[in-house]
Design a protein around this ligand. Structure first.
Ligand SMILES: [Zn+2]
Length: 473
């Protein structure tokens, strides 16, 4: 008979994703979006290139408490959003806490953040400034604050900029932080999204602050373009990289399959509007299209549209791995239960286990396989698992394969025992092994006392013991 004496399991994660802070430009320029709100509720602003400050990974001291506001698991495999405040005195930390709480509640309440809330941790670092308020609020006023936040950056009134290296210095008080949300102690309209630095800014005390914060996350986390435009401008650039802006009209998109071609004609209630191509996007009225008539990348109080949601979800999975924990590699015994632990989102992952390329049907939606339930022949076997996020909010199947799927495999080596007659495994074939045969006498498939593997424990097994009598280590 064959006994699973040694099972070697090797974990091979094939789709490890890592999140790095790159730069848009080798010369160290970052694309920065800036936004404010018009009287009729539309966003207005623009985009420019600003020099990128070095991300030195230093942790700045001089902070009060670091508070985790939402905890969904270990930071290393979560999207960690960190609030850092500027222009708050120690006596104003309670209003900073309230500004942060309002912004957090707002973005967790909008899709796709609600569905994917389990991927996020949210933290607040109590940064204390020497003076209250930020620069140029009002114009010409300068204040000594921790992160140098200022309006009128690059001579643009609503460009609320921040020292990204200082913002990260404070955000780094949270290990493995991914996105910094810099909150200005101000009620003046303004905000900015630094796409490479992964920093967004907003005014904590502004009535539109939460929507500006969400909109800026669209830039910094979702890699989204602005969908508003100015009359008479014609777009002359190349095809944008953002998934929610395109130079192709619907007819072209339908034939070349680019951008949001899979979404044309879709209209789902939780997302903003009928997907088509609407001329006017990225500050130009002509020559460039947005996916829906309106959306959070265009106006206050709107949901995101489907192509934007798809972009967010893909970006989320560039930061986290679906499999949060799993059976480690190497030696397990034949009774081992091989497991994976997936992230908690609001819908189930599709989990497929295969053994030697055959799907183990009964395990399909489970997170573990009990090896003792399998009959494994002598030799090598491969146990594999494939986990996929099947969300219908993503139709870019290449991106789903690249970022929203994970594969692991384990090698199981099954070796026949060197001395099958040593039933109790004590290194000697002796009277105790004879007694084990007598105990198991009769039909007995798969049992250790069935030395010759004919599914019956009988006199031929007793003879096998006599043949092997003595030391058998
Ligand atoms: Zn914007």
């Amino acid at each position: 008979m064959v006994k699973t004496e040694l099972a070697i399991l090797v974990a091979v994660p094939l789709s490890l994703s890592a999140f790095t802070f790159g730069v848009d430009d080798p010369h160290g320029l970052d694309t920065v979006y800036y936004d404010t709100v018009t009287e009729d509720g539309f966003f207005t602003g623009g985009m420019l290139q600003l020099p990128m400050e070095p991300m030195d990974g230093l942790i700045r001291s001089g902070v009060g408490e670091v508070t985790t506001l939402l905890n969904n698991g270990p930071n290393a495999n979560r999207i960690d959003i960190v609030f850092v405040g500027d222009g708050y005195l120690e006596s104003e930390l309670s209003s900073y806490a309230s500004h942060s709480n309002v912004a957090m509640a707002a973005f967790l309440n909008i899709e796709p953040f609600t569905e994917y809330q389990g991927l996020f941790n949210v933290h607040r670092v109590d940064v204390i400034s020497n003076e209250s308020g930020v620069d140029h609020d009002p114009y010409g006023t300068y204040r000594d604050t921790a992160m140098d936040m200022a309006f009128w950056c690059s001579n643009i009134e609503r460009l609320l900029c921040v020292s990204t290296s200082k913002a990260w210095g404070y955000a780094n008080n949270v290990p493995s932080a991914d996105v910094a949300l810099a909150v200005a102690n101000s009620s003046k309209y303004g905000g900015a999204g630094y796409t490479s630095a992964n920093v967004a800014t907003f005014s904590g005390a502004n009535s539109a602050a939460t929507d500006i914060a969400i909109h800026e996350l669209g830039h910094s986390l979702g890699n989204l373009a602005d969908e508003y435009f100015y009359t008479n401008d014609t777009y002359t650039g190349s095809e944008p990289s953002a998934r929610n802006a395109s130079t192709y009209d619907a007819t072209t998109m339908a034939s070349n399959g680019a951008k949001w071609a899979p979404w044309l004609g879709e209209n789902q209630s939780q997302w903003d509007g009928l997907v088509n191509t609407y001329e006017g996007c990225m500050y130009a009225a002509y020559g460039i299209y947005r996916p829906t008539n309106n959306s959070m990348m265009r106006a206050l109080g709107r949901p995101f549209n489907l192509p934007s949601a798809e972009s967010f979800i893909i970006e989320f999975y560039k930061i986290v791995d679906i499999i949060d924990d799993a059976t480690p590699c190497c030696v397990v015994d034949e009774e081992a239960v091989v497991f994976i632990d997936t992230l908690d989102i609001a819908h189930p992952y599709t989990i497929t286990w295969t053994l030697d390329d055959v799907v183990l049907g009964e395990y399909e939606s489970d997170e573990s396989v009990d090896l003792s339930m399998l009959t494994l022949d002598e030799g090598y076997h491969t146990l594999e698992v494939d986990v996929v996020d099947p969300t219908p909010w993503v139709r870019d199947e290449d991106a789903r394969d690249a970022y929203m799927s994970q594969h692991m495999q384990w090698l199981i080596q099954v070796i026949a025992p060197a001395c099958p007659a040593d039933i109790n495994g004590d290194g000697t074939v002796d009277v105790a092994d004879i007694l084990a045969v007598i105990d198991a006498w009769g039909p007995c498939p798969n049992c250790d006392a069935d030395i010759n593997g004919d599914d019956v424990v009988d006199v031929s097994d007793l003879l096998g013991i006599v043949d092997a009598w003595g030391d058998c280590s």
